[in-house]
Write a protein that binds this ligand. Structure first.
Ligand code: URA
Length: 435
């Protein structure tokens, strides 16, 4: 094949065969296809789209561009969750140990924050001593011993996507459901999973700009993942407000520990976390659907999940007493201010993306992928949509490195929270998409 012939075929609305897609992905991995060609191919797909068979072929080719892990020697299913990204979304930290406590294995390869959303990897990096980049052997051993290990992306996993995404990012071709589907799934499926559950966000803090597009992404992800041979379901969940009441890195680790020990549990977080965990048990054959929710609730409420989390943190190099003394171990910010409401009313809407960007502006996220982040900063005590607020009540608490960034974050929070009449009605889980 010639790359330009395949690009022309897609440009003119043709359907590529698996062999043609394999050829292009091979060239992305070994450098035979140039950046210009990859960029043109991405734009052709952006406008012309891909058939289901093409999306499956692209996903499989990118998955197979590097290492594919194998967990078939374990005595339970390898399961994972992927979220399309949110604000205050620390569910992975609770979900992995809950599923591990139910007999599943969760080899969770997570990412850094992207845009206004937080990343699981950045959160775990706030635990002193915890290695988010262990060697393969350690990753395997900890997953086997604890049932879960939350680590970072390695260079050997789906390298074709790494190059492809880097080019899409700077050529206005990220926003293609076909390409997003293949990108997300190639990385997750390279982890060698028996089952995958997707948490696709919808609302003001979601990656996709409308509910319809979030729904279309969920449908595409479920169809392609199952088409690629991995049992996969999805929940379409609400991101019209911060999930939980904290956004940042160390603060989200703290709320995850409080959730696991039962010290404090936000009801929305509990509902969505347990629903995702229950789906994972069903996909992995660990419980029938009718019993799955009770089983995950027991794993959490008995404290078994908190024990699993503690084991994982210790085995990956974190403090042995982290769960009991997380406040002593996590970094804290020197400046703490409350953001007062300027009027009385009901919180009618929240610009969740703007709240996420306020955390980025505090230094808790990145504007450049190479930037370091400040794990201590963030927001806590963030109000709920629907809350009744009197003038002067706190809308959120800002944890900042200095006075200037604290004031800037306070301005952003004030602008992002609408005080008005009653909020629009909404659900926590909008829809479940079965395998
Ligand atoms: N996240 C990914 O990993 N890939 C995309 O294409 C978009 C978001």
């Amino acid at each position: 094949y010639l790359p330009q012939e395949l690009i022309a075929k897609k440009r003119d609305g043709g359907t590529l065969t698996s062999e043609e897609i394999n050829f292009l992905v091979h060239g992305m991995t070994n450098g035979a296809v140039t950046d210009a060609q990859i960029s043109s191919f991405a734009m052709a797909v952006f406008f012309r789209g891909m058939e289901m068979d093409e999306r499956v072929a692209l996903t499989l080719a990118m998955r197979d561009s590097g290492d594919v892990l194998d967990w078939s020697h374990l005595d339970g299913p390898a399961l994972d969750k992927h979220s399309t990204g949110g604000v205050g979304d620390n569910l992975s930290l609770m979900l992995a140990p809950i599923v591990a406590a139910c007999g599943g294995y969760v080899p969770m390869i997570s990412g850094r924050g992207l845009g206004h959303t937080g990343g699981t990897l950045d959160k775990m990096d706030s635990i002193p001593g915890y290695t988010t980049q262990p060697d393969n052997e350690t990753f395997r051993k900890v997953t086997e011993a604890c049932g879960c290990a939350i680590i970072g992306q390695t260079a050997s996993l789906a390298p074709a996507d790494k190059r492809f995404y880097g080019i899409r990012d700077v050529t206005a071709t990220v926003e293609s459901i076909d390409l997003i589907t293949a990108s997300i799934l190639s990385k997750k499926l390279a982890a060698g999973l028996d089952g995958l559950v997707l948490d696709v966000k919808s609302g003001s803090g979601a990656f996709m700009p409308s509910h319809e597009q979030s729904e279309a992404l969920a449908e595409s992800l479920v169809a392609v993942a199952n088409g690629a041979g991995t049992k996969t379901s999805a929940l379409l969940t609400d991101m019209n407000e911060v999930l939980g009441h904290a956004a940042g890195n160390a603060v989200e680790v703290a709320t995850a520990v409080e959730f696991l020990t039962g010290e404090a549990q936000d009801p929305r977080v509990r509902e969505i976390t347990l629903a995702l965990c229950a789906d994972m048990l069903v996909l992995g054959g660990l419980a029938p659907e009718a019993e799955s929710l009770a089983k995950v609730a027991e794993a959490l409420d008995s404290g078994k999940a908190a024990e699993k989390f503690s084991e994982m943190v210790t085995q990956l190099g974190g403090p042995g007493d982290f769960v009991d003394r997380y406040q002593d171990h996590l970094p804290t910010a020197p400046i703490v201010i409350d953001v007062p409401a300027l009027a009385t009313g009901t919180v009618s809407a929240m610009d969740t993306r703007a709240i996420g960007n306020a955390v980025v502006a505090l230094g808790g996220g990145r504007t450049n992928p190479a930037d370091p982040i400040d794990h201590a900063v963030g927001l806590t005590h963030i109000t709920d949509v629907g809350a009744l607020i009197s003038k002067g009540d706190p809308l959120a608490r800002v944890l900042a490195r200095d006075e200037a960034t604290a004031q800037e974050a306070a301005r952003r929070v004030t602008a992002a929270i609408n005080l008005g009449d009653a909020p629009a009605s909404r659900a926590n889980v909008y829809r479940r998409l079965a395998p």
